[in-house]
Design a protein around this ligand. Structure first.
Ligand code: FAD
Ligand code: UDP
Length: 376
């Protein structure tokens, strides 16, 4: 059978690989000049540093099968994300842990004391937090919220945290010990040769027709394909028939220098007066290489509402504005011979491991449909 896959990120690559391994004809296209979608990495020609072009990507998962799958395609080096935050002229440890609490309140609390202390300052009048702010205040109280979350979130999302869903905060742990690992997952790492090399090795030696710099919109005879797997933006597929789904985009300001600029990979800037959200110094994402690299490169990250030609990064999912999304989802379900996948195709914030897991599940569904001669 003949398939077209749009988008060469993790979603499109996994589907293409699966179809090609099962003997199907596959055209994989991406409008960008490279593979790997938003996870794209390449070495800076001057400094040799591995750059994460669309923002820092750290792999983490609780799914053993996802880890087993992905580590077939390249060596992963252990990497623990230890983020620092600068707020009110002090450096703190994130996510909020015993060090943060003791530094912030100038105390020497042990875990039990800290838990009791935070319990005492948390707002217990909020029984069912209905937004980001309520969720934060009910968990950690106003002071920590105002220092670490309010300003950062206003910069990151361009709106008051009261307008945002509580679920955005639920992504971050709060700990009463000195564990400063940003993630809870048992499997964490960064591919030694970057994500683009990893994706490349997933596609290696397979008879897939890969066309980069190619927009789906410009492909003639779309009905030549038995089925299309689309991992681009959902609204774009339907030519924005119900208006644009809102996204935040990021601007990266690149700086270069010698030695070590900030001594760690990521520092968040939580004060609203600082216009950028964070600075990422990319040589620290390869700690096994960093000591040998003379030069350094760092990026200031600015968030803003995406305009028509901007790359979509974070979907802005607001319950009271979800009418357009519902129309698009309905339209997608009613479109025969097309499957919508991935973070853009489903308009959700998906970590890499969730993206991979969903793509692997989609492969199983494809097999089932083809075996039982039912529509995919
Ligand atoms: P994408 O990688 O976006 O791939 C879609 C591809 O489709 C793109 O290459 C695009 O060019 C192409 N395309 C779209 N429309 C068309 C069209 N019409 N014609 C041709 N091509 C088209 N996850 C983690 O697990 N850890 C992290 O640390 C992490 N950090 C992140 C940081 C940022 C700033 C962001 C925004 C995301 C981060 N993620 C992270 C999430 C990660 O980026 C996604 O899980 C992953 O990129 C999703 O892969 P995908 O294949 O679904 O989409
Ligand atoms: N956040 C914050 N201050 C921080 C870090 C995170 O207010 O120093 C909030 C912010 O709203 C962000 C959310 O917590 O969108 C989730 O944080 P995470 O680090 O997971 O954001 P991402 O990696 O998606 O940018």
């Amino acid at each position: 059978m003949k398939f077209c896959v749009i988008g060469a990120g993790f979603s499109g690559t996994i589907i293409s690989r699966h179809l090609a391994l099962h003997g199907h004809d596959v055209l994989l296209l991406d409008e960008r000049p490279h593979l790997a979608g938003n996870c794209h990495t390449s070495r800076d020609p001057s400094s040799h540093i591995m750059l994460h072009h669309y923002g820092p990507h750290i792999f983490h998962t609780a799914h053993h099968h996802v880890w087993e799958f992905i580590t077939q395609f390249g060596t992963f080096r252990p990497y623990i994300n230890r983020v620092k935050a600068i707020a009110q002229n002090h450096v703190f440890s994130l996510p909020i842990n015993l060090m943060t609490i003791n530094q912030f309140y100038k105390k020497t609390l042990n875990p039990q004391e800290a838990e009791q202390f935070i319990y005492n300052i948390a707002d217990k009048t909020i029984k069912n937090p209905s937004n980001f702010e309520e969720q934060a205040i009910s968990l950690i109280g106003k002071d920590l919220y105002n220092t670490f979350f309010r300003g950062y979130t206003r910069k990151q999302w361009g709106m008051d945290p009261k307008e945002l869903p509580a679920s955005i905060l639920k992504r971050l742990p709060i700990r009463f010990n000195y564990d400063d690992n940003y993630f809870n997952h048992p499997y964490q790492g960064i591919p030694e040769q970057g994500y683009t090399a990893l994706i490349n090795s997933m596609l290696l030696n397979l008879p897939i027709d890969i066309q980069l710099n190619t927009r789906f919109e410009d492909i003639p005879f779309k009905n030549q394909f038995d089925h299309i797997f689309y991992t681009g933006p959902l609204d774009r597929y339907f030519n924005y028939a119900y208006g644009r789904l809102p996204y935040r985009t990021l601007d990266f300001e690149k700086y270069e220098g010698l030695g070590d600029y900030q001594g760690t990979a990521v520092i968040n800037y939580c004060d609203e007066a600082v216009p950028y959200t964070r600075i990422a110094e990319h040589k620290h994402f390869t700690p096994w290489e960093a000591p040998h690299l003379k030069k350094t490169v760092w990026f200031r990250e600015y968030s803003r509402l995406a305009q028509a030609d901007d790359a979509p990064y974070y979907p802005i999912r607001l319950a009271h504005k979800s009418q357009n999304l519902a129309h698009y989802i309905q339209k997608a379900r009613a479109t025969p011979h097309v499957s919508f996948l991935g973070r853009l195709g489903t308009y959700r914030y998906l970590d890499m491991d969730v993206t991979i897991n969903e793509a692997l599940q989609a492969c199983q569904k494809i097999d089932h449909a083809l075996k039982s001669d039912t529509p995919i």
